[in-house]
Design a protein around this ligand. Sequence first.
Ligand SMILES: NC(=O)c1ccc[n+]([C@@H]2O[C@H](COP(=O)([O-])OP(=O)(O)OC[C@H]3O[C@@H](n4cnc5c(N)ncnc54)[C@H](OP(=O)(O)O)[C@@H]3O)[C@@H](O)[C@H]2O)c1
Length: 276
Amino acid sequence: MNSVAANGAAIPAIGLGTWTLKGEHCAGLVEHALKAGYGHVDTAAAYENEQAVGEGLRASGRDRDSYFLTTKVWWTDIGEGALQRSAEASLKRLGVDHLDLLLIHWPNPAIPLAESISALNAVQRAGLTRHIGVSNFPTALLSQAIRLSEAPLACNQVEYHPYLDQSKLYHALRDAGMAMTAYCPLHRGGGLLGEPSVKAAAAAHGKTPAQIVIRWHVQQEGVVCIPRTSRIERLAENIDVFDFELDAAEMAAITALRRPGSRICDFGFSPQWDAA
Ligand SMILES: NC(=O)c1ccc[n+]([C@@H]2O[C@H](COP(=O)([O-])OP(=O)(O)OC[C@H]3O[C@@H](n4cnc5c(N)ncnc54)[C@H](OP(=O)(O)O)[C@@H]3O)[C@@H](O)[C@H]2O)c1
């Protein structure tokens, strides 16, 4: 599996997203994903599935060092002390002794960013995680986080798909040597997969529309993609994207799908996003 260099971290370019996966079903998917060649799993304290993810990791029989594990601290828990306790509880539920990447899930304007970033650094210094990063940070907050952090931040996990223009954030992350991890990379598998430019590339390369969109992500330098599937039979499909290349015209046609109003994850507690 190709990986993305991110300030000292090597993040496998595709990971299994696990939001909404629960219990035995989640454990089975994680187990099969690791057996099918995945080297990266994305979870979060808020997904309430870390225990199931941990069961799947163990059932796969894979060595801890052979896969990259990311979890996140919910935005209400990013104060001094609370963040450390959240990380420790995640490790316990996952049944591992360290994470590869710990992210602040969302910024919280009620808690000073300096305090959160300091707590995140403390968790890394204590050896609970190899790398640290953020999620859902627009460019202004990202540059503050970078300035405040003693250790380099490895990534910003944000919504990204062909409908959403994230070029401003992308360039800021490239300048900082950080990865951009794309969540909702398939736009939840809706109309995007029926777009003529996606279907045309799929026909030209003998691939599925989902494989074309995943390839579009990982073909951009510094982009990591974490598609979720709830179906075992789709796991192999979603990582089988490294035996072909989209040409410049195909990349451009898919990029041209960007349009305003396409953001999926926008909540009352979301920060002020960068203008698309
Ligand atoms: N940091 C954050 O705030 C944040 C927010 C949202 C998500 N995330 C992370 O990002 C991950 C991915 O985002 P997401 O789950 O929201 O959306 P997504 O990966 O864009 O879409 C998932 C949907 O795509 C479908 N799908 C997957 N593979 C397919 C294929 N080969 N062909 C057709 N359809 C396919 C799935 O259906 P089936 O299940 O039927 O295959 C599912 O309904 C999450 O699971 C989570 O780990 C993070």
